[in-house]
Design a binder for this molecule. Structure first.
Ligand code: HEC
Length: 466
């Protein structure tokens, strides 16, 4: 109902300004996108493909801020907010009327180095978030609403693991990261790690329950979650009632220390406050104990688990197969998505420095760099909505060894970043518009696995067999 009323007012406002959405389109857009939206000097807007995000919000934002490096002008100064929104809704409607359907998932992909076969490895999932492999036929998949799914002997089991922690499945929250212990197969180990949005009791005044990212480990006994141990739980005073920016992934370094992230939970300035858990990448031992070398272990008032700070919302973490260094993606604001090389004690600058703006186009800060704050190794403007990352290391795509696979939600793509030292030398989009990419993983068999949302599917990419 609220959206209906808002739509009504948006249309009303556009009309009040003199021109209907259709007239505005013909005046400002048709010479590039075509009188009937079919394309011409720019692409069709009724082909079922929204490369840069297909929600009313994303389309409005693209009209307002432009995609200037590709020749799409910014209309911020020409059109009012309600006019922009009315055009976005008008375009979505035009697309519907044109009967456009999203193209099916491609069967093959052509990349610079390989022709690739695409197969659907698992499907029918609901917002799959993370995948962890034990071997090529055994994996665990989290579904954000709170289910842990099992793939055994290559088959996805219908029944989720019973008794996994209760999650706050609202907004960006839910069951997020999953990982196997590096020594999982050793006698008596069998630990599985989970990170999720943990909620406190509902507040008496009916307000939303405060929540924060929490990390636990447990074992899967039969099909039931057992032996749970809490590894990281923030002070409940630091829990937040917001429902976004929880992070996170779980990875282990060569010393088997565990890294996870917590996004800023919507309060940017907390990322600079070492007494707060949010806006950080944390490092703990597998049993939750603070490792001896942690940078803020002895700093009074600082949380000893903090490894880096000034991180907005890292949703991808990966360990370089050769250097062992930690890399993280950071979901930034508008125009501020980043790839960072993570080093202990460093400040990554959010929200004091950023290459992005607020989603409504307003300025966050005038600074992109400052002494004592790290620069990203790479950033995207416009933002792709960067999510899961993984360094490739396997036999099937030898030319991709040590390159970084990067998934993006809004741009619905997977990229391969060629990194030398701390520089990105080359970037290639290898998959586009198959669905929102929540995670990418190099499997134990060397295949590349892509965790898609809309549709909730896992793709397996292998080199084409001749
Ligand atoms: C000067 C030419 C030009 C004009 C005028 C123009 N656009 Fe674009 N538009 C582009 C280009 C170029 C792209 C990006 C094409 C690419 O690289 O895929 C684009 C992209 C877009 C996208 C993103 C599409 C996607 O796949 O996600 C939207 C939405 C869009 N334009 C809407 C509009 C609207 C609405 C107007 C009028 C208010 C407009 N454009 C005016 C050139 C133009």
């Amino acid at each position: 109902m609220k959206t209906l009323i808002m739509t009504f007012f948006a249309v009303l406002a556009a009309v009040a300004c003199g021109q209907s959405a259709s007239e505005l389109y013909q005046t400002h857009c048709s010479h590039c996108h075509g009188i009937n939206f079919q394309g011409g000097n720019a692409q069709s807007l009724v082909d079922g493909i929204w490369q840069f995000g297909g929600s009313t919000g994303h389309i409005s934002s693209n009209i307002k801020n432009g995609i200037t490096h590709l020749g799409m002008p910014a209309y911020e100064k020409t059109l009012t907010g309600p006019q922009t929104k009315s055009i976005a809704e008008f375009l979505l409607n035009a697309e519907k009327e044109a009967g456009a359907v999203k193209p099916p998932i491609p069967e093959t992909l052509q990349t610079l180095d390989y022709t690739i076969d695409v197969e659907i490895w698992a499907e029918g999932l609901e917002i799959p978030w993370d995948i962890a492999f034990l071997d090529a036929d055994t994996a665990l998949i989290t579904e954000r609403p709170g289910r842990l799914r099992v793939v055994d002997k290559g088959k996805l089991y219908t029944k989720p693991v019973e008794g996994t922690p209760k999650v706050v499945a609202e907004g960006q929250g839910g069951l997020l990261a999953v990982a196997f212990d590096p020594d999982y197969t050793q006698e008596g180990n069998q630990w599985v790690y989970l990170a999720y949005s943990h909620g406190l009791e509902m507040l008496p005044n009916g307000k939303r329950a405060p929540a924060m990212t929490k990390v636990v480990r447990g074992r899967i006994n039969g099909n039931t979650w057992a032996d749970e141990q809490v590894l990281f739980e923030a002070k409940h005073d630091d829990y937040r009632t917001t429902r976004h920016h929880y992070g996170t992934r779980i990875v282990f370094d060569a010393d088997k220390n565990l890294y996870f992230s917590i996004g800023d939970r919507g309060t940017g300035i907390h990322a600079q406050d070492l007494s707060k858990p949010n806006g950080k990448i944390h490092r703990i031992q597998r049993d939750g104990v603070i490792p001896k070398g942690n940078p803020f272990r002895r700093k009074s008032g600082a949380l000893p688990s903090i490894y880096t700070y000034g991180n907005r919302n890292p949703q991808g973490i990966s360990v370089h197969p050769v250097t062992g260094k930690i890399w993280a993606s950071e979901h930034g604001p508008l125009g501020g998505d980043e790839i960072n090389l993570i080093a202990p004690g460093k400040n990554y600058g959010w929200p004091i420095i950023t290459y992005g703006k607020n989603y409504n186009g307003s300025i966050i800060t005038e600074f992109v760099r400052k002494d004592g704050m790290e620069q990203p190794v790479w950033y995207w403007n416009p933002s792709t909505a960067v999510c899961g990352i993984d360094f490739y290391h396997g036999d099937l795509f030898p030319k991709w060894n040590n390159k970084l696979l990067v998934g993006a939600l809004k741009y619905e793509d997977v990229r391969v970043l060629d990194i030398e030292g701390s520089r990105v030398m080359h970037e290639e989009v290898i998959l586009k518009n198959a669905g929102r990419v929540r995670d990418v993983a190099c499997g134990p068999d060397g295949a590349v696995y892509v965790v898609l949302n809309d549709p909730g599917t896992i793709l397996r990419l292998t080199p084409k067999k001749d």
